[in-house]
Ligand binder design. Structure first.
Ligand code: BGC
Length: 366
């Protein structure tokens, strides 16, 4: 009997405290001194690795913007290790974060941990890379990945004047990591532009390695790209066959490609056109030195600001800004997405784009 009374009392107390908790949430969202509804709210931000410059910038920008809006931020980098990222997310869920923003390492490996987030009602925003095969992802924010590839392809077409020249020009292809959903978008965007020229023979992939699987670079690794480029040079170009273009999906691969070419004796005078993405400092230095032709500029300040807007809208229960509801299916359905616009930087416009805009200082590129 006594037990039953205590049980009822406990139940009443729990309901009361739940009501208070909900009440507190209500007041904090409506508090005019805190219009963003951020008081006491924590955003968990998971980034893949500190190894690549861009993720450090993404993380820093997200933290700065979210803190400016009044949120607490738990920012973690996972050293490109899937298990580390999973355990970081587990900890964030245990610590009661209110929203998760995740740039995944392997987009297909977070299903189990995110099922837990969903059970606890924690919304998840996939950052830059789509998280696959889980219905726990609420939104996706990224740059237009297909367009990134298209711009890279169009850059090559223009640089070689493929409309008017008959070539043939020799080309090799380097795509990104197969576990990153973005990688195929970049490659497909570029190939949709380049394939007609490959088919007509104006562009000649001397190695014959053309499929995504053949040209992918696990983990976007500089070392892997360098060693594949070294092998290609030895097998196909050491007899003096000219190499006119290397399509590289991003900057970390481009660094490896450039290293291999420089080590093999290529100089500014016979250096191929090389594409990239991210506008990392090391790559801009190569662009200035004539050892890379272009890179895609994805202003991480824009992406971070957009994600903060999304977090705010979620917290306030308002409509979340998206501009694409058809492209990104993660295997469980379309994920509403906000696509930011990428542009390219090269020797002719990098100053205006990257220095005048305050993204880098001139000294950083020396
Ligand atoms: C990003 C690129 C980056 C690559 C390697 C991709 O998912 O969109 O900007 O270069 O990962 O980190």
């Amino acid at each position: 009997m006594k037990k039953k009374v205590i049980g009822i009392m406990l139940g009443v107390m729990m309901i009361a405290s739940l009501l208070t908790a909900c009440g507190t949430k209500e007041t904090s969202t409506k508090d005019s001194s805190n219009e963003s509804g951020s008081i006491g709210k924590t955003v968990g931000v998971c980034m893949p690795t500190k190894d690549l410059q861009r993720w450090n910038q993404d993380g820093d920008n997200m933290k700065k913007e979210l803190e400016k809006a009044g949120y607490n931020v738990d920012l973690q980098y996972a050293n490109n290790e899937i298990a580390t990222q999973v355990s970081q997310i587990e900890n964030m869920i245990t610590n009661g974060v209110d929203v998760l923003v995740i740039a995944s390492i392997d987009g297909g490996s977070l299903g189990t941990v995110l099922a837990d987030a969903k059970k606890k009602g924690i919304p998840v925003i996939a950052y830059d890379r789509l998280i696959m095969e889980t219905d726990a992802v609420s939104y996706y924010a990224t740059f237009d990945n297909y367009k990134v590839g298209q711009i890279q392809g169009e850059y090559i077409v223009k640089a070689l004047d493929l409309e008017n020249q008959s070539g043939p020009f020799n080309i090799e292809l380097f795509a990104g990591s197969p576990d990153d959903n973005n990688a195929r978008f970049f490659f497909n965007g570029a190939m949709d532009v380049l394939k007609p020229y490959i088919d007509s023979g104006k562009l000649n992939v001397v190695s014959g390695q053309k499929s995504f699987e053949e040209v992918a670079t696990l983990n976007w690794s500089t070392e892997a790209a360098q060693s594949r480029m070294e092998n290609l040079i030895t097998a196909y170009y050491s007899d003096g066959t000219p190499l006119h273009v290397v399509y590289s999906s991003n900057d970390s691969c481009a660094i490896g490609i450039t290293n291999a070419l420089v080590n093999a004796g290529f100089t500014k005078d016979n250096f191929p056109i090389i594409t990239g993405q991210d506008c990392d400092i090391a790559n801009l230095k190569n662009i200035i030195a004539g050892l890379q032709s272009m890179s895609i500029f994805k202003d991480t300040r824009t992406l971070a600001a957009k994600v903060v807007e999304m977090v705010e809208a979620i917290m306030k229960g308002e409509e979340v800004p998206v501009n694409d509801t058809k492209t990104y299916d993660n295997g469980t359905g379309i994920i509403p997405t906000y696509l930011c616009d990428p542009v390219f930087a090269d020797i002719n416009n990098y100053k205006e784009l990257l220095i005048d805009s305050g993204y880098y200082t001139e000294d950083q590129l020396k």
